[in-house]
Write a protein that binds this ligand. Structure first.
Ligand SMILES: [Mg+2]
Length: 106
C-alpha cells in the first residue's frame, strides 16, 4: 500500500478509535516485539527447535511496530521524525567510520 493511502487509513483509525487507543496499541505492540526478541536470544543457543516459530513472530511483531511507529509519526510530526532519523543516521555513520578507521590496523 502506498504511504499516502496508509496515512489516510491511520487518520481514520485516530478518528474512529481515538489517539489514546492508538498510543496504547503502539505501546502494546512494542512490548510484544520486545518479548519475541528476548525469546529469540534465549532460544537460539539452548532450544533451536523453537526458533522457526519465534522468527515468524518477530516478523509479525516488527510489522506491527512499524505500522504503529508510522502512526506516531503522523501524530507527533512526520517531518520532525524524518529530520531526527537523518540526524541519527549521520551520527552513527560517522561513529562507525571512526571505529573502522581506528581498528583498521589491528
Ligand atoms: Mg502484535
Amino acid at each position: 500500500m502506498e504511504q499516502d493511502k496508509k496515512d489516510q487509513l491511520f487518520l481514520k483509525l485516530f478518528n474512529v478509535w481515538g489517539e489514546d487507543a492508538q498510543i496504547r496499541m503502539c505501546i502494546e505492540e512494542m512490548s510484544e516485539l520486545t518479548k519475541e526478541l528476548c525469546k529469540y536470544l534465549r532460544y537460539k543457543d539452548f532450544e533451536p527447535e523453537k526458533l522457526e516459530k519465534v522468527k515468524e513472530n518477530i516478523i509479525e511483531e516488527t510489522a506491527d511496530v512499524l505500522l504503529c511507529a508510522q502512526q506516531m509519526q503522523l501524530l507527533f510530526g512526520k517531518n520532525k521524525v524524518e529530520e531526527e532519523m537523518n540526524y541519527k543516521l549521520s551520527r552513527v555513520e560517522k561513529r562507525v567510520n571512526e571505529y573502522n578507521e581506528k581498528h583498521k590496523n589491528n
